[in-house]
Design a protein around this ligand. Sequence first.
Ligand code: A2P
Length: 340
Amino acid sequence: MSEKKMNVAVAGATGAVGNQMITCLEERNFPIKSLKFLASKRSVGRELRFKGDMIPVEELTEDSFKGVDIAIFSAGGSTSEKFAPCAAKDGCVVVDNSSAWRMDPDVPLIVPEVNPHAIAGHTKKGIIANPNCSTIQMVVPLKPIYDKCGIRRIVVSTYQAVSGTGKKAIDELFDQTRAMLNFLDYKKNVYPHRIAFNCLPHIDKFLDNGYTKEEMKMVNETRKIFEDDSIGVTATTVRVPVFYAHSESVNIETKEHISAKEVISLLENAPGIKVTDDPENNVYPLATDAAGQDMTLVGRIRDDESIPNGINMWIVADNIRKGAATNAVQIAEILAKKYL
Ligand code: A2P
């Protein structure tokens, strides 16, 4: 059976995630009839490559979506807030990578390995949200455990790469590192403190409850994706001087007992996961191994000896790929195949 081809737009095509979205569409051979690249006025005149062709970047406007079937957005929250409804009004389905629509009850929040059934809800608003990068890589390996024995509580600490903040932050880490190694003064524009040779326990804004917005995204999005408000989640999110791939220390308390051995065999057979766990040979998930590929790496899987039903693990994934672009393109693939 021949695949139905889609008219696709990428909004924010010139950004770090937008660029990766284009690469993912190409790598995964997404069924494309026509392709549009959208960004701000500043980028008009630029061209971006897709499968050997150079495609001009157009200015994103309210009229950009006429005749478009699927628009993948990664152009910031305020751009999504303004333009996603315009796209939906023109009959286009939006897959949005920003946080603007994630907690809207009429917008499905999707990780294809976890809750693909919820994509059906796209008809309510014409918008589907891509979760936060840290949430995506955490829920992929937690899903098979959740299904097998239930999860009562999650304690997560993240070690997040600067690419999650965008291109400016990648440049800032590079420039600060180079300045410091040459005993020169460094500048800081993106983060409130130096990120080179440092760890910042501060991602996104601080909220009244003392958590950051990034931490509360992990709490609320995890519950929405699992459709289970009873899961306790507490998060500490930390920016570290790594360019690509987020690492996470995750401790879970399950409802029924499961051993570390059983978790390993569950995860070895689960989609999207590569168990990387051979400590005797110094094998465990590393940002340097996760970067540039789509699997979520899980290792250091061990029983938490401080409680009866506890498991510890270390989870690493490429935040720009599985944490953003790949997840969005996977959603678009299911949309194209099953719903449009
Ligand atoms: P532009 O390159 O023209 O500024 P990043 O997160 O890597 O900084 O990328 C943000 C992406 O969102 C870029 O493609 C950027 O386009 C796009 N963008 C930002 N603001 C707007 C806007 N107001 N309208 C359209 N695109 C925008």
